[in-house]
Design a protein around this ligand. Structure first.
Ligand SMILES: Nc1nc2c(c(=O)[nH]1)N[C@H]1C(S)=C(S)[C@@H](COP(=O)(O)O)O[C@H]1N2
Ligand SMILES: [Mo]
Length: 249
């Protein structure tokens, strides 16, 4: 609840002796105020509950034969080639920005965390989907370990690749960041993430469309707003004006 809503609700209640509440709350102006705050709270709670709902999960036999590579299918640098050739032993994932305890993690560090496996459907805004099994630690574990500061409102994902001469990046709010199915995937269908699907690390944000699922992940950044980040709209496609920031499904 916002401070203004809370104050409005409390002021409405304090204006009356307790005994008068039940009669007046039905009809008078105080009742209207109380009803408004009540229904606001109910609506907000329902909206939040909807955002926190789980995405459907599928059986192994429902998996698609392949998940095609879309957008970038590799990172076109000598450094990435070298990393791919040596099994990404030098890849680092940073957790930084508005956090008390910045992290720099290797792929082995991510393997050492509790793992989650989920079979979900990827929906691309271009009109195709694919069901696949993804594994990796929950983003919430990293955020809790890094201790995200109170001022942070969004989580930004930085990627190694460029598309149309721009760095790919995306962002989500804290509801999706702490959603239990939001994971940093290092495996697809039980094997290390293929190059075309974002090796060695990519996001799975199961309540959002495909373009939010950042591939070739290099850093996770907690921010208050997007003012300092590229064109300030919170993502690669958003900056281009092609797709909306909120891509909930
Ligand atoms: N770094 C990066 N992440 C990305 C993209 C990209 O081009 N670069 N494309 C996005 C889009 S539009 C989709 S649909 C999915 C595609 O994931 P896939 O290649 O595993 O099918 O990745 C998303 N994440
Ligand atoms: Mo997409």
């Amino acid at each position: 609840m916002t401070d203004i809503k809370r104050r409005t609700l409390l002021a409405g209640m304090a204006a009356l002796p307790a005994a008068a509440c039940s009669e007046l709350a039905e009809t008078g102006p105080v009742g209207d105020l109380f009803d408004t705050a009540e229904s606001w709270h109910r609506t907000a709670h329902r909206a939040l509950a909807k955002r926190q709902a789980l995405a459907p999960e599928y059986r192994p036999d429902q998996r698609s034969p392949d998940v095609k590579g879309n957008g970038s299918q590799t990172v076109d640098t000598a450094e990435y080639r070298a990393q791919l050739a040596n099994g990404f032993t030098d890849w680092r994932l940073e957790v930084r920005g508005l956090v008390e305890n910045p992290l720099s993690l290797s792929i082995a560090d991510l393997h050492a965390l509790p793992q989650q496996t989920q079979i979900t459907r990827h929906d691309c805004v271009e009109g195709w989907s694919a069901i696949a099994e993804w594994s990796g630690p929950q983003l919430s574990i990293l955020l809790d370990t890094a201790r995200v500061r109170e001022e942070a409102n969004f989580i930004v994902f930085r990627c190694a690749d460029r598309l149309y001469n721009r760095d790919y990046y995306e962002s989500i709010d804290m509801v999706d960041a702490y959603h239990p199915q939001t994971i940093i995937a290092h495996e697809l269908n039980g094997a290390p993430l293929p190059e075309k699907n974002g090796a060695p690390l990519r996001m799975r944000i199961e309540r959002q469309l495909g373009y939010k699922h950042a591939k070739y992940l290099t850093a996770i950044e907690a921010v208050a707003n997007f003012d300092e980040i590229y064109d300030g709209k919170g993502g690669f496609w958003e900056d281009l004006g092609d797709y909306q920031w909120y891509a909930g499904i």
